[in-house]
Write a protein that binds this ligand. Structure first.
Ligand code: EPZ
Length: 424
């Protein structure tokens, strides 16, 4: 098992390119199941554990995949299974993304229920509701979703989501693109990762209008074809790197991504006293001497993203006052708080709100990762903590960050990956 050993106190400064986005790559890879022939070439795919897990699932289903230098080559012409097994789905809940494409392509699939994760139950009822509206019969048995198209193919429908769901929007899109007739998705998620999926499906031949809005209209087509495609860049990785500069009083430029994908986060950085400038595909942040306490509330896009909530909390431990951090999406996404407090932070939890008392001097020690963004939060805290911080179980971090310690080293951090054995 690996840990990251961080000697804090170094300024993070310089220019770094963002990696491809994990949360658009996963549905895009799932959507390759929709093309019965041809070879996909997908660029800017990040080399992450979640991407490899998803690729393993597609190979289990019969896809042919090769992955090198951030380029994924996929052919799903010869599918041989319609089952997404528990052993793979349990590793990564985004495996549920095969539900829509397999129903659309094959008409039947068995997908293991993904179960919960470190910060809550993570239900999939909206995914199931959407498939039933499109004409699938769903039976939940023995921990599996058994889905079967009633009749010859899915039929277009109006689907109004009671809450904004990135995953359910993605699954409904991938089921609707070759359904019979028109599908309307109301209260659809508008995250950039969903917009990216729409562009990918359109390039494959899908007929989707309203892209970028909460109402998507899909006219079913008979056939989709394999294409070459450029994935978008990872706004959450970029936001995490910006936090690294802000917490160490540094200055950084992150290149590649559309800065508007982080508008709410850039606004929060500015409120905290950072100087933020943007170019066509770059963001530059210069940290102030003193950070101002800044409240944030995590809500669906274009609001402050829940995937940046833990990272923001690490930053606010250094602000000159009290900051309130609320998560309206995952009310229990606070496993990083006890570990931050072990580093010397002073953070209280009141229901789905954390109250961060700053500034607190942090002192390095061993801390335990519990989930992907919590581990990023602990790395950020380690960059500013005195002495040495050891972030354990960084397999959580490796799910969503590509070579993060190399990127931070290039920007001036004293950080290294070390193998270790856990005391049993
Ligand atoms: C996606 O998860 C992201 N994962 C998550 O990022 C992100 O935190 C989340 O969207 C919110 O932005 C990927 O894209 C692979 P949701 P997803 O459906 O699709 C509830 C990371 O760190 N809900 O938008 O699973 C749900 O419980 C990960 O990269 C239902 O009630 O999230 C939550 O409260 C973590 N029923 C809210 O909706 C459902 O059927 C939003 O969830 C589905 C969701």
């Amino acid at each position: 098992m690996d840990k990251l050993v961080i000697r804090g106190g170094k300024r993070i400064s310089g220019t770094i390119a963002a990696s491809g986005s994990k949360n658009s790559a996963l549905p895009v890879i799932a959507a390759t199941l929709l093309a019965p022939d041809g070879n996909f070439t997908i660029n800017r795919i990040p080399d992450l554990q979640d991407v490899r897990t998803f690729s393993n699932l597609l190979e289990y289903l019969g896809a042919e995949i090769s992955f090198a230098d951030n380029v994924l080559q996929v052919s799903t012409a010869n599918l041989k299974s319609v089952e997404a097994p528990y052993e793979l789905v349990k590793k990564m809940r985004a495996s549920i993304y095969v539900l829509g494409p397999l129903l659309s392509r094959i008409g039947h699939t068995r997908v293991s229920l993904p179960g919960g994760c470190a910060f809550g139950p993570r239900p999939v009822d909206l995914h199931i509701m959407a498939m039933e509206k499109l004409g699938a019969r769903i039976v939940i048995e023995k921990g599996y979703i058994d889905a079967q198209v009633i009749g010859s193919k899915l039929r277009g429908a109006r689907i109004d989501f009671p809450i904004s769901s990135v995953g359910a929007t993605g699954n409904a899109l991938m089921a609707a693109v070759t359904a019979e007739g028109t599908t309307i998705l109301g209260n659809a998620a508008i995250e950039p990762e969903i917009e990216c999926l729409c562009h990918f499906l359109q390039k494959m031949g899908a007929n989707i209008s309203g892209v970028g809005t909460t109402t998507l209209v899909i006219e079913g087509v008979d056939r989709l074809h394999a294409v070459a495609f450029d994935n978008i860049f990872d706004r959450i990785e970029a936001g995490t790197l910006l936090c690294a500069a802000a917490i160490t009083k540094g200055e950084i430029t992150v290149t590649g991504l559309n800065p508007h994908h982080l508008d709410a986060v850039l606004k929060a950085f500015a409120e905290a006293g950072c100087t933020v400038t943007t170019g066509f595909d770059s963001i530059t942040l210069a940290a102030p001497d003193k950070l101002k306490p800044t409240d944030v509330t995590a809500k669906p896009y274009p609001c402050f993203p829940t995937d940046m909530q833990a990272q923001w909390m690490a930053l606010m431990t250094q602000a000159e006052g009290v900051s309130n951090i609320t998560d309206k999406i995952y009310h229990e996404r606070f496993n990083h708080i006890p570990e931050l407090n072990r580093l010397g932070a002073r953070i209280d939890i009141r229901e789905n709100q954390a109250v961060v008392h700053g500034p607190q001097v942090l002192t390095g020690t061993k801390v335990m990762s519990t989930d992907l963004r919590a581990s990023a939060c602990l790395v950020l805290a380690g960059l500013v903590a005195g002495e040495t911080t050891e972030v354990l179980r960084v397999y959580h971090l490796d799910r969503g960050y590509e070579k993060i310690e190399r990127k931070l080293t290039a920007l001036g951090a004293d950080i290294e990956r070390v193998k270790y054995q856990e005391l049993s």
